[in-house]
Design a protein around this ligand. Structure first.
Ligand SMILES: [Zn+2]
Length: 619
């Protein structure tokens, strides 16, 4: 039996129309069953002679993935039934919200919702790991290959009762609605089964209220539901109505409103990050979600794609919950012609063979062009080397022009060529030069942590330096002699990190970058770090009080000039007063300039200001 998706209704009117039309087709009002549309992973369990033989995901509807080993670890899934029957059981695997929140906190890449985490868990290689996640299972359909005599199953509620008696958990939140109230929907002895003690019944006129109540109640459930399913109770009537190419005609899903949109996956590309990490990204047909247009959706890693069972050409639901980045919620219509997505084995940029580490793939080439670009942006940023006059726009221009490719190129820039680029006046070049030269005085610890070597961050650098390895030579020697255990011996450095850093520092590509930077004069040991060099040369505005007015060529916004003053010990005030010592006056300076002149405050123009701050870089 193919696992088909359901036709959908998005309003109560659409649902009523469907109920009415279905009754018209049949010539009478049948009994409708209402169940929660559980927001989990659909699964089909095959039992042979009462023993669980196979558990298969929905896949493309006719072929899914075998996840038997992992499903066996789920407490709600009986391994042996009360009867030796051959039966296929459909149901939903769920992760309760409480467990989802707890587990997701520790995730390197948190999941967008419990469903995706549950799906990811089912695809784990080690069943032991699956067993550690408290997944639940609700059964909602059964298909018997032969029905033992005396146990007729002619309605959906018969089947639910049968499933419960076989040992399955059945969702107790269900209702039965028809033209007249359905009285005694279950035999008396069913009441002892917990699922059947709270079934709602009513007439079709009650349906709207019941749905409103359900919608309100869903917040209080321990798991997520994204709608309700309304289907015919009588199995022979289901046969009578049959199927369209896509949906059964005897059921419909009533969807709750949610911040999701439906779109199509055009392609799956991979991006190479600064550390070499490969991130697959779904390029989707642009779609509006909550006021923004989404066309790229991150897929995190290979396991994530596999958990979603996502292919190019699939119709998918994309969400944007709060501030969370857009996520593929699920596949709603698989592309029947697509092959499973094959994760690349080589870097799309430099063709290096990718390495698998944990859940992610990495390009191991430190000089991969994509990585070098990321490293450059990281290196110049204020949190690292803080090369102030090399903002990301300027850097992108230099990259686009081929003037820089990797970090060491910054220290042998072709300034004549740069002078020919639009927007590079003599002053701007002077500032750029000054701030790059300044980088050679940055302390060893900052330099090392700015190189973007994976796992070699400020914390690691601090631990290693404090443990007595105060130069790059100390560190490289340790690596060359294979003394990784000396790193592990340092309190705070784990085995994995030590091994990873040693591996990176052994790479010729990393060595060559370090060598070139050394030749450029960067600090690679602590002994030679100039003591308090930065603060001495930076404090030229100490004790001065500056007011800034007018507009500037090199400081847009004006706050950039204020930062230059503050970082050199000066204070910045908003108006000229008796205490003001300097006025930095740009073009079109107005009344503040007049005030300053009257009070005898020193007036400094942009050119003079640039000369003063550039001078500090030469000290
Ligand atoms: Zn690469």
């Amino acid at each position: 039996m193919p696992v088909l998706s359901l036709d959908k209704a998005y309003s109560h009117e659409e649902l009523s129309t469907w109920v009415r039309r279905t009754s018209d087709k049949l010539g009478h009002a049948p009994v409708f069953v209402v169940e929660e549309k559980l927001d989990g992973v659909s699964i089909v369990l095959y039992y042979e002679q009462g023993v669980l033989a196979r558990a298969v995901t929905r896949g493309n509807g006719s072929m899914g993935n075998d996840v038997t080993g992992n499903v066996r670890t789920i407490r709600d899934v009986p391994l042996r039934l009360q009867d030796d029957v051959d039966i296929a059981v459909r149901g939903e695997i769920l992760l309760p919200l409480v467990a989802f929140r707890r587990l997701n906190e520790d995730m390197e890449t948190p999941y967008a919702n419990p469903r995706n985490l549950a799906a990811g868990t089912l695809r784990r290689v080690k069943s032991r790991e699956t067993a550690g996640v408290p997944l639940r299972f609700f059964a909602y359909e059964g298909f018997l290959t032969d029905v033992p005599a005396g146990r007729s199953v002619s309605t959906h509620r018969d089947m639910l009762l049968r499933l419960a008696r076989l040992g399955f958990r059945v969702n107790p939140h269900m209702g039965l609605f028809s033209e007249q109230d359905v009285s005694n929907p279950f035999p008396d002895d069913a009441a002892q089964l917990p699922a059947f003690s709270q079934v709602q019944t009513g007439t079709l006129a009650d349906l709207e209220d019941a749905i409103a109540q359900w919608t309100a109640d869903r917040e209080s459930r321990e798991y997520e539901i994204d709608g309700l399913v309304v289907k015919l109770d009588d199995l022979s009537l289901r046969d009578e109505l049959g199927y369209t190419g896509h949906h059964p005609r005897w059921a419909i899903a009533y969807k709750f409103e949610s911040p999701v949109s439906v779109t199509k996956v055009r392609s799956i590309d991979v991006q190479v990050g600064r550390t070499g990490r490969i991130t697959p990204v779904a390029r989707v047909e642009p779609v509006g979600i909550g006021g923004t247009t989404v066309s790229n959706v991150t897929l995190h890693n290979q396991a994530y794609i596999e958990a979603l069972e996502l292919h190019v050409g699939d119709t998918v639901e994309v969400s944007r919950r709060g501030d969370v980045i857009p996520a593929v919620e699920r596949v709603i219509e698989p592309n029947p012609e697509a092959h499973p997505y094959a994760f690349p084995t080589r870097c799309p940029t430099c063709d290096s063979v990718l390495e698998e580490r944990g859940a992610h793939h990495f390009c191991p080439n430190f000089r991969c062009p994509d990585r070098m670009r990321g490293q450059l942006h990281f290196f110049v940023a204020s949190a690292q080397m803080d090369i102030q006059h090399l903002g990301s726009e300027t850097l992108n221009l230099l990259l686009a022009e081929g003037i820089v490719e990797e970090i060491p190129d910054l220290f042998c820039l072709d300034y004549e060529r740069i002078a020919g680029l639009p927007g590079f006046g003599a002053r701007k070049i002077e500032l750029l030069k000054g701030s790059i030269e300044h980088a050679t005085s940055r302390p060893y610890r900052t330099v090392l942590a700015s190189l973007g070597i994976p796992d070699l961050g400020p914390k690691f650098v601090e631990l290693v330096c404090d443990a007595g390895y105060r130069s790059i030579d100390d560190l490289l020697q340790l690596v060359d002699e294979g003394r990784v255990e000396s790193l592990i011996a340092i309190d705070g450095i784990g085995e994995k990190t030590a091994a990873r850093v040693a591996e990176e520092l052994a790479r010729p590509s990393v060595r060559s970058v370090i060598q070139r930077l050394r030749e450029a004069g960067l600090q690679f040991s602590e002994e030679h770090a100039p003591e308090k060099a930065e603060s001495v040369e930076a404090q030229i505005f100490a004790g001065e009080s500056w007011c800034i007015t007018g507009s500037f060529e090199n400081f847009q916004p004006r706050s950039l000039a204020a930062e230059e003053i503050k970082s050199r010990g000066g204070t910045v005030v908003s108006d000229v007063s008796g205490k003001t010592t300097h006025l930095l006056a740009g073009a079109n300076a107005g009344s503040k300039r007049d005030k300053a002149e009257k009070r005898g405050v020193e007036i400094v123009d942009e050119q003079e200001f640039l000369r003063r701050i550039a001078a500090t870089d030469d000290v």
